[in-house]
Design a protein around this ligand. Structure first.
Ligand code: ZN
Length: 99
């Protein structure tokens, strides 16, 4: 079967949409809010190196009134064990962010 087969492509798109919906349902905060976290980390880490903790992530959660425990569980699940990994791995590993 060629990858140009419309039926196969439709199934692939369906699967992708499903993965995305599932990933979106698991987000610890609205997607727009989380995009703000990645921006914040980008900014903070450009002036201060990562100290291999989640201090910026947790400070951000605090300032937004988001439960840090749930947030960290989620970032770890997507390969974010410290601030630079949250920025470097989480959006890429998560279909909710459109990759
Ligand atoms: Zn780091």
């Amino acid at each position: 079967m060629s990858s140009k087969d419309p039926e196969q492509r439709r199934k692939l798109n369906e699967w992708k949409a499903e993965q995305r919906a599932k990933a979106e349902a698991e987000l610890p905060a609205p997607k727009e809010t989380l995009l703000g976290l990645f921006e914040e980390l980008n900014e903070r880490l450009s002036s201060e190196p990562c100290d291999h903790s989640l201090r910026f992530t947790l400070a951000w959660a605090d300032s937004k009134g988001i439960d840090g425990t749930g947030l960290v569980e989620w970032t770890r699940k997507h390969g974010g064990y410290c601030d630079c990994e949250v920025l470097g791995n989480v959006p890429d590993a998560n279909p909710a962010f459109g990759r």
